[in-house]
Design a protein around this ligand. Structure first.
Ligand code: SF4
Length: 325
């Protein structure tokens, strides 16, 4: 007996990096045994900041390939692409009619996006939280895994669901937050969150050699200039990354670093070794899955079909409750 239904989505950014893996995907894999999980590549959301869609399909493929390689199992969860269930667009329109504009304008991420893309402040950008709410309530998700920073977004979804229910009768569950402590994975530059745009990431799908080359560029303890100087592992991102993948190594490394018994080059090679060992089975599975190009399409088509069964049912109820039929 599963504990409830979870919905979560990610923008199709292509190949996933270890920040995605440690931050969300490992958790998704764990949750699929406890909940009915629906995981979605939110391609419509991506359009709010993308006008060139030439990479979109490729990005979806690569992302889902990583999801499957990491251990998401289409027999245990639903994996699909947001736009393949068009009911979400209808619900987005209807929820848009009951969501006060003032609620959307106060969302901090909207203001941030305006600053980030002043040349493309589109209608969809301000409505982003309504589309997010539509995703969640369309599938009647009861639980949404979120980091603390995403709580205001989920609260808005709850407010929209509450408003709908009060106007048209009980229709949607108010989804509960499942607070998840995602580690904030800092990229190889040692200062900003790991991301593709920042170019400070390590993609899961890299070869072991490419991983070594990437890690060679990593920033370490900024105060340690020479091999002979003692280092400060607590201020070193290489050390932190090592801890995420193999905490059995960190005690020894910290001690040697503090006594200047290990150099950063050697330490980075150890990190590469640890990451390559942890990702080996994922990379092997990825290569196996990639050899059958039809497989991803089949998984996503099946996922969309199963998601659509739920979505259609919800929309009949929504249209009835709103007296549209
Ligand atoms: Fe960081 Fe390792 Fe260098 Fe110490 S030896 S500063 S832990 S990379």
């Amino acid at each position: 007996m599963k504990k409830g239904r979870i919905f979560s989505g990610a923008r199709p950014t292509g190949r996933q990096h270890i920040g995605n893996y440690l931050g969300a995907l490992q958790n998704w894999v764990r949750l699929q045994d406890e909940y009915d999980c629906i995981y979605c590549a939110v391609d419509i959301h991506a359009l709010t900041s993308m006008t060139d869609t030439s990479q979109l399909q490729g990005n979806i493929q690569e992302m889902v390939l990583d999801w499957l390689a990491i251990g998401l199992d289409p027999k245990k969860c639903i994996l699909f692409v947001q736009s393949h269930v068009p009911e979400v667009a209808e619900l987005n329109t209807l929820l848009g009619m009951i969501t006060p504009l003032s609620w959307l304008l106060r969302v901090p991420t909207f203001k941030e996006k305006v600053k980030l893309q002043p040349e493309n402040v589109n209608y969809g950008l301000v409505g982003y939280p309504v589309l997010m709410a539509s995703d969640i309530v369309l599938y009647k998700a009861t639980v949404v895994p979120v980091g603390e920073d995403q709580l205001p977004h989920l609260e808005l979804t709850r407010e929209i669901a509450r408003r709908f229910n009060s106007l048209f009768g009980d229709t949607f569950p108010e989804p509960q937050a499942k607070l998840t402590r995602y580690p904030l994975v800092i990229g190889l530059d040692g200062k900003s969150k790991m991301s593709k745009q920042a170019g400070n990431d390590i993609e899961i799908a890299l070869s072991p050699e490419e991983t070594i080359e990437k890690i060679k560029t990593a920033y370490t303890d900024p105060a340690r200039r020479y091999r002979s100087e003692p280092g400060h592992p607590d201020k070193c991102n290489v050390y932190k990354l090592m801890g995420y993948f193999d905490s059995t190594k960190t005690g020894d490394v910290a001690e040697k670093c503090r006594k200047a018994e290990i150099g950063c080059v050697e330490c980075k090679m150890l990190l590469a070794e640890v990451i390559n060992a942890a990702l080996k089975p994922i990379r092997e599975k990825r290569a196996e899955l990639a050899a059958d190009p039809k497989y991803i399409a089949e998984v996503l088509a099946d996922g969309a079909e199963r998601a659509r069964v739920i979505a259609r049912e919800t929309m009949v109820e929504v249209r009835k409750n709103m007296r549209l039929i």
